[in-house]
Ligand binder design. Structure first.
Ligand SMILES: N[C@@H](CCC(=O)N[C@@H](CS)C(=O)NCC(=O)O)C(=O)O
Length: 327
């Protein structure tokens, strides 16, 4: 079957599974948002992410809350104890208004947030409803993240980061050896690491339900959308994630996740960060993408079974309190 046909078959399976709560068009968007896939290994590949949020009070919900607020608590405590062994970057780039259109659980959005948080650039967060997308109707670009910087629209997480970095460092040279190492690993994030995530967070039915709980709790979903997404969506994504595994030549998803984590630790070659004593754009990209799964079962397993935890903690510490706010 051609990839497009497989994809269409997958989406109609999802629609059938969800039933009659939303319109067919809404189903399509819901599951596009949920599904994180890419048909080819490049940054323009069509990719989607589906996530799930927890019901208040249950374990998944607490873990999800931890994922968001734990960063702040941990980093504040750690910072005061360690006396800022590593610190955020302070920069002169001070735009008047920065607005991030995002899905809370989207790895690409978390990548952009890691950058903004690290450089302490305040930004307003607009949580987009993945079904109606009414918050981004004004834009021709149909994905998230979209970043508005003083009225200028920026799209595609890696392009957004490049543009912001150039605004922060207008005079920086672009051909050093460190720079090519950084570029290589940023490409690895977009072409490899992100594709390992979906098969892992939808690996079993129970993990798929937890993931959907996280996605729908953190995301902008109506009550009925949450209800329909949680179980039907989780079931459908469980099956779709098996196809994604094949598409990206993954046989054992956990092994692939652990291998990716170990590959990254090897790339550090004993340094605190790929950037040396402070994170570079590759560190921020890996961190942002992994943050979207960190407190799901897959992320916990990854930290438990690989050496990535120390680096992740250092990143959490240095990225620190989020500069994002909601109105
Ligand atoms: N290459 C893009 C990928 C962005 C992307 O695929 N975003 C997903 C959410 S994680 C999306 O918006 N999918 C379309 C949809 O939700 O309808 C980037 O790096 O920003």
């Amino acid at each position: 079957m051609f990839p497009q046909m497989r994809r269409a078959a997958g989406l109609s399976a999802v629609r059938r599974a969800v039933g009659g709560v939303a319109s067919a068009d809404q189903h399509h968007r819901l599951f596009q948002a949920a599904l994180f896939s890419a048909s080819s290994y490049n940054s323009s590949s069509r990719s989607q992410w589906f996530s799930y949020n927890g019901i208040a009070g249950d374990k998944a919900s607490r873990a999800a809350t931890h994922a968001v607020f734990g960063t702040m608590l941990f980093s504040t405590a750690a910072t005061s104890i360690v006396e800022e062994a590593h610190a955020k970057e302070t920069v002169n780039f001070r735009p008047k208004e920065v607005v991030l259109y995002q899905y809370e659980a989207c790895p690409f959005c978390n990548k952009v947030k890691a950058f903004l948080d690290y450089y302490d650039i305040p930004y307003k967060i607009v949580e987009v409803n993945p079904l109606s997308k009414k918050e981004t109707k004004w834009s021709e670009y149909k994905k998230v993240p979209i970043l508005m910087v003083d009225g200028e629209q920026m799209v595609d997480s890696s392009d957004i980061i490049d543009k912001l970095y150039r605004k922060i460092n207008p005079d920086v040279s672009t051909n050093s050896a460190e720079e090519s190492e950084e570029k290589k690993w940023r490409r690895w994030v977009d072409n490899h690491l992100v594709h390992v995530l979906s098969p892992n967070i939808y690996r079993t039915i129970s993990e798929a339900i937890d993931s959907f709980d996280y996605i729908t709790t953190k995301g902008n979903f109506s009550f009925m959308e949450k209800l329909s997404a949680k179980y039907a969506g989780a079931g459908a994504m469980y099956f779709i994630s098996k196809r994604l595994k094949k598409r990206h030549n993954i046989t054992d998803e956990r092994a692939a996740l652990y291998e990716a984590a170990e590959t990254w630790v090897d790339a550090l070659q004993g340094r605190d960060f790929l950037g040396g004593t402070k994170p570079n754009l590759a560190d921020l990209s890996v961190f942002g993408v992994l943050k979207s799964i960190r407190y799901l079962r897959a992320g916990k397993d990854m930290v438990e079974h690989t050496r990535i935890g120390d680096w992740y903690d250092r990143m959490e510490n240095v990225v620190g309190v989020s500069a994002g706010f909601r109105e």
